[in-house]
Design a protein. Sequence first.
Length: 197
Amino acid sequence: MTREAHQLLTGTCDEGSYQGQLLIATPVIGSGFFNRSLTYLCHHDADGAMGIVINQHLDLALSDLLEHLDIETVSDLSDYQVLAGGPVGTEQGFVLHRGGPKWEGSRAVGEDLSLTTSRDILCALAVGDGPKDYLVALGYAGWGPGQLEEEVSGNSWLTVPADRRILFQVAANDKLAAAGQQLGIDIDLLTAQAGHA
């Protein structure tokens, strides 16, 4: 885990924090990595924020990643795609999963949710002994002090409480629309133009 991600995750959560929320990218973010992204916010306080993008996958199967790490697999993980978790620390792996922090590099990031960065969880997944519900990502999204608050107030992001079904059961390509439905909106009908009364 990068030093910045570790520092963010080990802090305490402030009142008014977006931790545990899904960040829905609006059309204000017209291009770049975060265009049409959906991010689970693992941590947010006065020192900044850290999250994992959950709807963009890499052209990399989990089985290939494990093979690259010399982890022998028993389970067939060739259909499981690794996510592009964010533009920061793209060589760093993260596993967002259900359950408490029982692995070596685990930290609680929500009610019954943990983020793990240690090899032991990958070894467990390889033999079918890991958590049932999980997402594997390379990289993370990070914001400096006050940056996320500024972006939310500038309408770059909508927030909604994280739904476990969206996190773990909805296909990556459908997650953004499903999160929008929680707010009662069609993401595809949003516009970057602000309305004036």
